[in-house]
Design a protein around this ligand. Structure first.
Ligand code: HEC
Length: 219
């Protein structure tokens, strides 16, 4: 009789302990959505999908003897002069144009170095909007009905009736300093948003130097 009571008590204690263990186990596993492979308190490792950007303007390293030297192949020029040289050379989409850079070097570039000046933000001055944040593809809503987001848009000009038609030539028919674009880049207009500052100060690295003309030996 005594033994029976003892067996009951031991039985109840064991059942209780097993129950507690099972419960804790369930709670533990459940905390991870029923998986044992989780970090609990540890922070998950997040890898950013963006690879570290290397500034495109970093001059290339070159070895001279055993020393690494920075050499910059690019020409250094005022952005307004760069656009001007492109305009004066006939504003071709594909053909290269030449210009003299700020150091007097003869250089060559193509439209592909001109377009980013209209497309990139934080370029003309710190925090500046890109031109295309206002003058974009949809000429119906773009100020001055001007789209500078592409070659075709720049050539089509401003004050366009619709996407199909051309408007006013902003490139001054090849005469840069008398063009509307030159005027809006170099003159501040207090009453026109986006143009309250003259943008002519920007210098850029663009294009490649042309080889020096061979010196003709004196006869
Ligand atoms: C914040 C918006 C904004 C930004 C950014 C902006 N513009 Fe403008 N732009 C305007 C407005 C507004 C006008 C005047 C529209 C009008 O007179 O109807 C204008 C006018 C012009 C005109 C004159 C067109 C004409 O026929 O009168 C040119 C050219 C121009 N912008 C080029 C640029 C270029 C190039 C950039 C980039 C460097 C730029 N804009 C950045 C808003 C902007």
């Amino acid at each position: 009789m005594n033994d029976d009571v003892r067996r009951y008590i031991y039985g109840a204690v064991i059942v209780f302990l097993v129950g507690v263990l099972v419960w804790v186990g369930i709670v533990f596993v459940n905390a991870c959505g029923f998986s044992l492979a989780c970090n609990r308190g540890a922070l998950p490792v997040d890898r950013t999908p963006i690879p570290t950007l290397i500034p495109a303007t970093m001059p290339a390293m070159e070895m001279q003897g055993s020393e690494a030297v920075m050499t910059t192949d690019a020409c250094y020029v005022a952005a307004v002069d760069l656009i001007g040289a492109w305009v004066e050379a006939g504003s071709s989409e594909t053909e290269a144009f030449q210009f003299t850079d700020a150091n007097g070097q003869n250089c060559e570039a193509a439209f592909e170095v001109v377009l980013p000046l209209f497309v990139e933000s934080n370029l003309w001055y710190s925090g500046s909007l890109s031109c295309i944040s206002c003058h974009s593809v949809d000429v119906a809503i773009s100020p001055a009905q001007l789209d500078v987001s592409s070659y075709a848009g720049i050539i089509a000009g401003s004050r366009r009736a619709d996407a199909e038609s051309n408007g006013t030539d902003i490139l001054g028919a090849g005469s840069w300093t008398s063009s509307v674009l030159y005027e809006f880049l170099t003159e501040a207009r207090a009453d026109v948003p986006g143009h309250t500052e003259a943008l002519s100060g920007l210098m850029v690295y663009a294009g490649t130097p042309l080889p020096e003309p061979e010196e003709t030996p004196a006869p």
